[in-house]
Design a protein around this ligand. Structure first.
Ligand code: TYC
Length: 116
């Protein structure tokens, strides 16, 4: 590469030496937006059989039997429990699936979602 003598337009080496570049730099901070998340909750009632709730948790929330039983018991004792956290569309689908499944089996089980 041919060498040339430094000139004034070389911003890194102006007449006052290197580092005198007064041009304004605009820094654009890019913040990654995370999608909002929604808690899906099961509510307790006095009529839905425990085994049915356990089955729902295994079938629609991918829990193993022990996890499903534990969450079912939490709902039974505390009145409700979060069974999963999802994007809006997935949460909506889970709620609809559970509500439809419960209705078809004539159980009053309620499933709701809430922004985290
Ligand atoms: N409370 C119900 C019963 O005693 C069991 C139950 C658990 C119902 C969880 C709903 O989301 C529920 N049979």
């Amino acid at each position: 590469m041919p060498l040339r003598a430094p000139v004034m337009s070389d911003k890194s080496s102006g007449p006052n030496g290197p580092g005198d570049d007064t041009s304004l730099l605009t820094k654009t901070k890019t913040r990654t937006q995370r999608p909002p998340l929604y808690k899906v909750m099961l509510l307790n009632d006095d009529y839905t059989p425990m085994e049915f709730v356990v089955h729902v948790l295994e079938r629609f929330f991918g829990l193993n039997h022990a996890q499903a039983f534990e969450i079912m018991l939490t709902v039974h004792k505390k009145g409700l429990a979060v069974v999963g956290v999802f994007s809006f569309e997935i949460a909506e689908t889970k709620v609809a699936q559970v509500m439809d499944f419960a209705r078809r089996h004539q159980h009053p089980l309620q499933c709701t979602m809430e922004k985290e």
